[in-house]
Design a protein around this ligand. Structure first.
Ligand code: HEM
Length: 401
């Protein structure tokens, strides 16, 4: 069972029809079974916005330290030490504070020229073709270049990092049950961690001005982070900062393509870009949910949950909750979408949100600057990986200005 999987076994796959059937199904769950326990997996799912935010706002009752409740060797924090997403207060706060300075809106604004140059180069490389794959040609390379830079990983290695991230994404729901596939995923993860470990050792011996060097010197409660903590932290930043940002531009392009009026508005007034990005994060989030575990008996949405229950938070459903967002199924770039769950909510709210917003805005600005028009062609190809909803390939044709 993949604990990160949101929803239950019978939910229609997002890839079936760009999420239409899934959203119909989620609406029914919100109305009729807003707090539901899947008989097969025994995982509870919260479908309503207010129940989800109650859980994300209450880490004392809804813990992120799932490993504490897993059997055998999975029941240790060996794999998650240093991973913010799998940590509760107070350690979570201490560790998050270490890196949060590097990710404030002001700090990441300094990266604008560099990200703009990377995006311009990527678009220039395909400009003569008149068509491109938004994912392969722009949104896959862009974030790994940016996060690789921040972490201080040598440029020659960025190709390798992309390869690992790709492989980690390229397994699907059915495959997870397949031991050989699971082994491939574990091997890939190990290769990536071993590689990062070499780099962390290098930086410990010879610190530079990058995030990994800072982490190797940082102290929490008077103690240096262990090597494993730094390695896992770098791994988290690399994957969290890469995969998500790879998927969202295609969702933006696809959604604007389906809403030509909104697309024309954004083209005419670039000040609407941030609104279009937030609304896409609500309307088509790429992280469909996450999981917590109850530390004590708790009542949510009128249901009694005992201690030790895995609880999946369906961000994708909360984002369409009609009790929270008026006309929730309508894509509206003018709405106040700030309370969307596309970046989560509470103490685990996406650390990289300012960076992601910047990268996404620059990607869209660059496309609007270079292309007088662009439109999606053919059918987007989706990842079936549980927990994410975004195309791994989206072809567009374009014309130059
Ligand atoms: C479109 C891009 C992105 C999306 C949709 C996204 C989404 C999310 C979501 C939903 C969470 C919350 C998970 C939870 O509640 O358990 C999260 C957490 C996190 N994200 Fe992002 N993310 C994006 C980009 C980034 C970037 C660029 C970075 C930067 C390096 C990043 C780093 C993180 C980290 C470190 C956490 C864990 C924070 C914590 O547990 O305190 N993300 N992200």
């Amino acid at each position: 069972m993949d604990l990160r999987q949101t929803g239950i076994a019978t939910a229609p796959a997002y890839s079936l029809d760009r999420g239409r059937s899934l959203h119909r199904w989620l609406r029914d769950m919100r109305l009729n079974h807003p707090v539901h326990r899947d008989p097969l997996t025994r995982v509870w799912t919260l479908y309503r916005h207010r129940d989800i935010t109650r859980a994300t706002a209450g880490p004392a009752a809804f813990s992120s330290e799932l490993w504490r409740y897993l059997p055998g060797e999975m029941g240790t924090d060996a794999l998650t030490a240093g991973n913010l997403t799998a940590m509760d207060p107070p350690r979570h706060r201490l560790l998050r504070d270490l890196v949060s300075r590097s990710f404030t809106a002001r700090a990441v604004a300094e990266l604008r020229p560099r990200i703009t140059a990377i995006a311009a180069d990527l678009i220039a490389a395909v400009a003569d073709r008149g068509e491109m794959d938004v994912v392969a040609d722009l949104s896959d390379p862009l974030p790994v270049l940016v996060i690789g830079d921040l972490l201080g990983l040598p440029r020659e290695e960025w190709g390798l990092l992309r390869g690992w991230a790709q492989r980690l994404l390229s397994f699907d729901k059915g495959d997870l049950m397949d031991g050989a596939v699971r082994k491939r995923v574990e091997d890939t993860q190990k290769e990536l961690l071993d590689h990062l470990r070499i780099h962390v050792r290098r930086r410990r011996a010879d610190p530079q001005e990058d995030l990994i060097s800072r982490l190797t010197r940082a102290e929490v409660g008077g103690e240096r982070l262990t090597e494993e903590e730094v390695v896992n932290f770098a791994d988290l930043l690399l994957l969290a900062g890469h995969v998500t940002t790879t998927l969202l531009p295609a969702n933006i392009v696809l959604t604007l393509d389906e809403h030509p009026d909104a697309a024309a508005e954004v083209r005419a007034d670039r000040a609407l870009i941030p609104g279009a990005i937030e609304e896409t994060l609500r309307y088509r989030p790429v992280i469909v949910g996450n999981t917590r575990v109850t530390t004590r008996a708790v009542t949510v949405g009128g249901e009694q949950l005992p201690a030790g229950q895995f609880v999946s938070l369906s961000f994708i459903s909360g984002n369409r909750d009609e009790q929270h967002f008026a006309d929730a199924d309508r894509f509206d770039i003018h709405r106040d979408a700030r309370k969307h769950l596309g970046f989560g909510h509470g103490i685990h709210y996406c650390l990289g949100a300012p960076l992601a917003r910047l990268e996404l805005a620059i990607a869209l600005e660059t496309m609007l600057d270079r292309f007088s028009r662009f439109e999606a062609t053919g059918t987007p190809v989706y990842y079936d990986t549980p927990g994410v909803a975004g195309p791994r390939s989206l072809r567009i044709t374009f014309r130059h200005h």
